[in-house]
Write a new protein. Structure first.
Length: 104
């Protein structure tokens, strides 16, 4: 499955646009991670634990989106957009959205 943020796949013609597909995930952070992240923030560094949690959530959302696209016969997802949103303190929602297509 080809997944791209561009509106096309380089060197391939889009034969059919199927539909918009998305993958969603909600990630929670635990108290110890929050505590150490607050110390990191106070000292002016990067929070590796939060960064890895965001990367994990992004990967899960993209994987779910790919699975939905494959279910309807797509071999690519174009125009992918990834949104991160804080639902409430300690809860992040990550959504990957794109157009499922069939390419040559």
């Amino acid at each position: 499955m080809i997944v791209t943020t561009t509106p096309y796949v380089e060197g391939k013609k889009v034969k059919e646009y199927l539909k918009v597909v998305s993958g969603e995930t909600v990630m929670g952070a635990n108290m110890m991670r929050d505590f150490f992240a607050s110390i990191t923030d106070a000292l002016g560094g990067r929070s590796k634990s939060y960064e890895s949690k965001l990367a994990e959530g992004k990967d899960l959302a993209i994987t779910e989106m790919e699975e939905k696209a494959a279910t309807i016969g797509a071999n690519a997802v174009i125009g992918v957009d990834i949104d991160f949103s804080e639902m409430r303190e300690g809860m992040i929602m990550i959504i990957a959205t794109g157009t499922a297509v069939i390419t040559e």
